[in-house]
Design a protein around this ligand. Structure first.
Ligand code: XMP
Length: 318
């Protein structure tokens, strides 16, 4: 629309004026906000934008490769991919408390990003995909309920970083960010991705996290998401994922007894993520997902479907 193109043109002009010949760095997560911000800024200043993508080892299956393909190759963004999975996993070893895990992941992310951003010579600006609801949320006085889960949003920067901030999406709501993304040529399936929490699979593996559990969860989650797309259900739900429980139960495969982990399939419908209902996914669909996970993922022999609403449950399990 005219308004949207206008917004994009004006923002591009603003970015050019503000940045001049300087370099900008941006933490690309693969999520909608940072991706749209990156493509928009790239339109304005091209290769003066250097993106940093941190692979925490807690991302969805193939996420790093997909980001490089979608944004590095297709949009020609300069992306430095940092494989920090060993760092994160070793820091998380034997830690099972959810809030402790969040803190470790948040701090480690900041540490990695800080190191990497200082390797980029002459960078003056730090760009972020902050959107209007983030601005409001950080201004509001939070009551005790806000600390039920600390939302360490990966992508946040430590106070002491002396970059100037560039936040071209600050005035936009999520649906507007998506429209800007489409207008910039980002494929619909990318701008319509579900939100993914900063701590990633670290809070979807209940209890202690290790490499083996990450691999198991990535496989199971990938099957669920693939089936949602295949059955035209992905965009009918607000957030969908698999949770791995460290609970083993008995099963049979062929004529062998198995004793393996339990996966929980979770899908929520919501407009604001403050309250949510569980998605009424068709039984036949759930049956397909369950069979595929049990047959294809070594390490899982039982699948449950989460039928809890928020409140009193939360969308995530930790
Ligand atoms: P809950 O589980 O509180 O989640 O119902 C509401 C929304 O917030 C996301 N979430 C997080 N996002 N860091 C994030 O960046 C976090 O620590 C975190 N915890 C929950 C969750 O995925 C859902 O979209």
């Amino acid at each position: 629309s005219w308004k949207l193109t206008n917004y994009i043109d004006e923002t591009i002009a603003d970015i050019k004026a503000k940045v001049g010949q300087q370099k900008v760095i941006l933490g690309l997560s693969g999520g909608v906000d940072s991706s749209v911000a990156a493509v928009l800024i790239h339109r304005a200043i091209g290769d003066q934008l250097q993106c940093i993508f941190v692979d925490t080892g807690l991302l969805r299956k193939d996420e790093g490769n997909k980001v490089m393909e979608n944004y590095g190759e297709h949009f020609n963004l300069k992306i430095k991919m940092i494989d920090a999975s060993e760092r994160f996993l070793s820091k998380l070893k034997d830690i099972s408390d959810p809030e402790e895990k969040r803190k470790i992941i948040g701090n480690e992310f900041v540490a990695v990003f800080d190191e990497e951003s200082h390797k980029i010579e002459g960078a003056k600006f730090l760009a972020q995909g902050t959107i209007y609801p983030d601005v409001i949320e950080s201004q509001s006085v939070k009551g005790p309920s806000a600390v039920i889960k600390s939302h360490h949003n990966v992508g946040g920067l430590p106070e002491e970083m002396d970059f100037e901030l560039l936040e071209p999406l600050r005035e936009l709501f999520k649906d507007e960010v998506r429209k800007v993304g489409v207008e910039l040529g980002i494929p619909a399936h990318l701008v319509n991705r579900h939100p993914f929490p900063g701590p990633g699979l670290g809070i979807r593996i209940l209890g202690a996290v290790d490499e083996d559990k990450v691999r198991i969860l990535q496989e199971a989650d990938d099957i669920f998401i693939e089936e949602l797309y295949k059955n035209d259900l992905y965009e009918k739900v607000s957030q969908a994922f698999v949770v791995l429980l460290p609970v083993k139960s008995v099963g049979v495969m062929g004529d062998e007894r198995t004793y393996e982990y339990t996966a929980v399939v979770r899908s929520a419908n919501t407009t604001d993520f403050m309250t949510a209902t569980w998605s009424r996914l068709p039984y036949e669909f759930l049956d397909t997902v369950s069979s595929r996970i049990i047959n294809e993922v070594r390490g899982i022999n039982r699948v449950a479907y989460d039928i809890s609403s928020k409140p009193p449950a939360t969308i995530e399990w930790e």
